[in-house]
Design a protein around this ligand. Structure first.
Ligand SMILES: NC(=O)c1ccc[n+]([C@@H]2O[C@H](COP(=O)([O-])OP(=O)(O)OC[C@H]3O[C@@H](n4cnc5c(N)ncnc54)[C@H](O)[C@@H]3O)[C@@H](O)[C@H]2O)c1
Length: 469
């Protein structure tokens, strides 16, 4: 056997027993104890058997490396995770470039049922293992992590299928269309000891990390209140789209939400069952042009989340503002700022006490040590990937975990329930069924609204016609 001569480069050998509990390791070779050698290679883990000190069995077993669940030495913690991509669309391309760039990840195969997209990305990234069938890809490539950047309605069935293969997941946001689906995915992942990361890359992005650090190091004193706004999508659609990111960022700063009360209006009035619609882009069942939610966190901090429909999109509206006892923080998609005053208007201002002016100061973005601006990917994506490496190394969840992704859906469902029942809703004991589906059923309508256009612009045209505009 010539590992390293023609195949992947050999870079680590150890004489310990395999200590990870992947399905593959239920093979009899696991029981042979001291006769097993680990060989860690640049492209895959390979395990083979030594007999009385000599190579007698040349069968080679591909093995998923789980440094985090093992007792391996620090050197094996430097192993490379094997990654497969399922979906070569816009988001798949962005993720693939970041995984390709990270030195601890090996993007070994791509899958898409769209042959053109698949081939184009394969050529662009120099990845030659291309598949149209995800089961075949996983069987042959044995990845540690599968990325699922597909349209939202496929997240649940595909994530479930990939978990059943025994792989960790990086699924695009939102984790699923429905809360009970998220429950099922988390319980499957937990029973298999697998990790789900939900791709809310802004939560860990350099600008957001600078905001979190400023808060943790006391630069605005005690956290009092937060404000988060989308950029003008139809509110109900904005929630699972941009709201998922904003909620994740609020969770990073203040933890979990305890109660929700919300105003959800269509055409300036409370939503009715007929206003419950299929979202554009397959993001589930939604309602409301303008969504305004008051979130009360378990630590007593409150936040307002706005998803208001604008005539035209306004990227400047897309912010998170953080108010503390001694200052304020401002997050923009690619910037972080600190104002060392809780109340004084920024800049020279006649209403400020003489000599007491406050200026927004930019905060240094926090980038991973291994980041190089020459890399062919976005730093936010790269940082998300870097967090996944560290999480798997340390046998813990990504900060943007499946649990956090499910909590996003809990808050969104609580917003809709609060609007339907005109009351404060506790997250504890929240029904797992969809409140808007229940709303329709209670009114004698079919649980599912009529099909709606997938394309957001066409969707809005249909909605405006429905509203008589
Ligand atoms: N994180 C972000 O910043 C961000 C931004 C925009 C969109 N999103 C999310 O990204 C997702 C949409 O991503 P997109 O726009 O790239 O989607 P897309 O539909 O353009 O691409 C998905 C690809 O997956 C392929 N695919 C679907 N099912 C498959 C299967 N069973 N086997 C193989 N291939 C399959 C499709 O053929 C397609 O090429 C949504 O969930 C959305 O919420 C995230």
């Amino acid at each position: 056997m010539h590992v390293g001569a023609t195949g992947p480069v050999l870079h680590y050998l150890s004489w310990s027993r395999p200590s990870c509990d992947r399905q593959l390791l239920t093979h009899p070779i696991r029981g042979r104890g001291p006769g097993v050698v680990h060989v860690y290679c640049s492209e895959a883990g390979i395990i083979f058997q030594l007999h009385r000190g000599a190579l007698s069995n040349c069968q080679v077993w591909r093995l998923q490396l789980f440094p985090s669940t093992s007792n391996q030495s620090d050197s094996s913690m430097k192993d490379v995770y094997q990654v497969c991509l399922l979906g070569c669309g816009h988001r798949g391309r962005a993720q693939a470039r970041a995984y390709k760039a990270h030195p601890r990840m090996n993007l070994r195969a791509l899958c898409d049922i769209d042959r053109d997209r698949l081939n184009q990305l394969g050529v662009k990234l120099g990845v030659s293992s291309l598949y149209a069938d995800l089961d075949e890809m996983i069987r042959k490539e044995c990845p540690d992590i599968v990325l699922i950047p597909t349209a939202t309605q496929f997240h649940f069935p595909l994530t479930k299928r990939v978990l059943e293969h025994g792989c960790h997941i990086d699924v695009e946001k939102p984790i699923s269309e429905h809360l009970d689906q998220a429950d099922e995915l988390l319980s499957l992942a937990s029973s298999r000891k697998l990790r789900i990361a939900v791709h809310h890359q802004w939560r860990t992005a350099p600008a957001a990390a600078a905001i979190a650090k400023a808060l943790q190091t006391g630069r605005i004193g005690k956290l009092r209140y937060m404000y988060a706004s989308g950029k003008g999508y139809y509110g109900g659609y904005g929630l699972p789209n941009i709201g998922t990111h904003l909620l994740n960022m609020l969770f990073e700063l203040a933890g979990r939400v305890r109660t929700v009360s919300a105003s959800v209006l269509t055409d300036g009035r409370d939503i009715g069952p007929e206003d419950v619609l299929h979202s554009p882009a397959g993001m589930g069942i939604v309602a409301g042009e303008n969504v305004t939610a008051l979130l009360e966190f378990e630590n007593g901090v409150c936040a307002t989340l706005l998803q208001h429909r604008f005539e035209t999109m306004d990227l400047n509206a897309h912010v998170v503002e953080v108010y503390g006892s001694e200052g304020r923080l401002l997050w923009r998609p690619h910037g972080a700022f600190w104002l060392p005053s809780p109340a004084i208007p920024p800049g020279p201002n006649l209403s400020n006490p003489p000599g007491e002016n406050a200026h927004w100061e930019p905060l240094e973005p926090l980038v991973p040590d291994t980041w190089d601006p020459g890399m062919d990917c976005q730093v936010d994506e790269y940082t998300f990937v870097d967090h996944y490496v560290r999480a798997l190394d340390e046998d813990r969840d990504h900060p943007s975990s499946g649990q956090e992704g499910r909590h996003v859906l809990e808050v969104i469902n609580a917003i809709f329930l609060s609007a339907v029942e005109r009351r404060l809703v506790s997250i504890a004991g929240l029904p797992r069924s969809h409140p808007l589906v229940e709303f329709r059923k209670a009114a004698g309508l079919s649980p599912e609204p009529e099909p709606a256009p997938f394309n957001p612009r066409e969707w809005l045209e249909v909605e405006d016609r429905r509203l008589g505009r």
